[in-house]
Design a protein around this ligand. Structure first.
Ligand SMILES: [Fe+2]
Length: 189
């Protein structure tokens, strides 16, 4: 609590800051009038991302679980104002709030931005989003195939280019935390 208060003071003085809290992130979704079905999707992506981050950290991987938590909650905060550019809209909003770390994760959560050079937090949130359709859990392949069906033809090439990178990350993650967790069974309703 003390660090949060100090962080807020420093934030005002632009010296350093404490990242947005989960409660504040939920407040932001509300303030931006993010529709309920998108909020439900954000909660599912958040559950998957937090689960993977917690499991990876438990296995000794260095990941910022608080960043994964708030960035996954807010990854679609710009959705009401845009579709294909909603990542940038949400990220710009967070940059304006001086939440640059969260903004960075939100900005690259689109399928075409997945790359091995991303941070572990960016990869986790991007991947978690690729395991969902609305508030349902999908396999990675089913989600990517669904994207190919639904989006314009030029997306097919992009998705097929990124698919092996996402699959490699998936294999690495479940190689670390256990193959039996790949289906995310414990997170299903
Ligand atoms: Fe999403």
């Amino acid at each position: 609590m003390l660090s949060e208060i100090l962080g807020r003071i420093f934030k005002d003085e632009a010296v350093c800051f404490v990242m947005i809290t989960r409660e504040e992130a939920l407040g932001l979704l509300k303030r931006e009038n993010v529709p309920e079905h998108i909020v439900r999707h954000c909660f599912l992506v958040n559950r998957i991302a937090n689960y993977l981050a917690d499991e990876l950290v438990e296995m000794g991987v260095n990941a910022d679980i608080d960043l994964v938590d708030v960035a996954s909650l807010l990854h679609d905060v710009g959705r009401i104002k845009g579709t294909t550019n909603h990542q940038d809209i949400g990220a710009d909003m967070l940059d304006e709030l001086e939440e640059h770390d969260v903004a960075k994760v939100v900005r690259i959560h689109g399928v075409k931005k997945f790359d091995k050079a991303l941070s572990i937090e960016e990869k986790i949130v991007n991947y978690a989003d690729k395991r969902t359709k609305y508030d349902e859990i999908y396999s990675l392949d089913d989600k990517l195939d669904d994207g190919i069906e639904r989006y314009p033809l030029e997306f097919k090439e992009i998705i097929e280019r990124v698919r092996p990178k996402l699959k490699k990350f998936e294999d690495e993650v479940f190689g670390i935390i256990g193959e039996d967790k790949r289906g995310l069974e414990s997170l299903k309703k």
